[in-house]
Design a protein around this ligand. Structure first.
Ligand code: G3P
Ligand code: MG
Length: 250
């Protein structure tokens, strides 16, 4: 089974991590998307990649200094294109509503920022509570580069599959003990530098393998020929239709 994850939604066609980018999955027949979850100063959970607003909005500032009421004045679409002026950064609850509405599966990536132990616990408790609103027919994978948070998330949510994210720089020989420690079902390695023998080692442990971020069809093809289960891509709309026919669960 070959699974395409629309990375930050269909982020080649709409501003990343927005409802517009997510809704384009439905338009293009893509069943899975990935998005990033971060937390604001007042504890509101939002769909956003960076620790700051600087790169993908009309405003500069740290999420840790921003409240939900301030966010309502922030434009997250004008930087991307005229047709997205007025686009907002969605809350996690708004994304969940969209998932339920359009029957879309999601990889929820937890972005930790710099949080204290108490703040981390509150963040994970809040995610745990809000994702209970996802309809049971919809599949979810939760992932993070922060393996401490991911392990704690899995303790709180043993029934939800989790994936350990690795950059090529932090993928060392200890990957196996990290995924075991997290009780991870998936490993999510970076595409750059990933080899066939590494993929074979992952698969041999019983892990499923989803690779990020794969923005060419030939690299995706190579990875699938090596046995990976899925790829995250900014251009899922350009893949042949056979990749998009994946049923909801795999
Ligand atoms: O979850 C896959 C990928 O999104 C990880 O990297 O930086 O795009 O969140 P990043
Ligand atoms: Mg991500």
């Amino acid at each position: 089974m070959k699974t395409l994850f629309a990375h930050r939604g269909v982020s080649a066609l709409a501003p990343e991590n927005t409802l517009s980018a997510i809704k384009l999955c439905h338009t293009h027949g893509i069943k899975w998307f990935e998005f990033d979850v971060a937390v604001l100063k007042d504890g509101t959970l939002i769909s956003h990649h960076d620790d700051t607003l600087d790169r993908c909005t009309d405003t500069s500032g740290a999420l840790s200094h921003t409240t939900y009421s301030q966010l309502s004045k922030v434009d997250a679409g004008a930087w991307f294109g005229d047709s997205f002026v007025g686009e907002r950064i969605p809350t996690l609850l708004e994304v969940i509503h969209c998932m339920n509405d359009l029957k879309l599966n999601a990889n929820i990536e937890i972005k930790a920022g710099i949080l204290s132990e108490t703040e981390s616990e509150a963040f994970l408790a809040s995610i745990t509570e809000q994702i209970k609103g996802i309809e049971p027919t919809i599949a979810v994978i939760v992932s993070s580069f922060n393996h401490i948070l991911l392990k704690r998330f899995k303790e709180l949510n043993p029934h939800i599959p989790v994936g350990c994210l690795f950059t090529k720089e932090n993928l060392w020989e200890d990957w196996k003990s990290i995924v075991q420690w997290c009780k991870a079902d998936y490993i999510h390695p970076e595409s750059s530098g990933l080899t066939k023998s590494m993929v074979q080692d992952f698969l041999a442990t019983g892990l499923k393998v989803n690779v990020w971020t794969v923005n060419t069809l030939d690299r995706a093809n190579e990875l699938f020929n090596w046995g990976v289960n899925g790829v995250f891509t900014d251009i899922p709309h350009l893949f042949p239709s056979a990749y998009k026919s994946t049923t909801n669960r795999y």
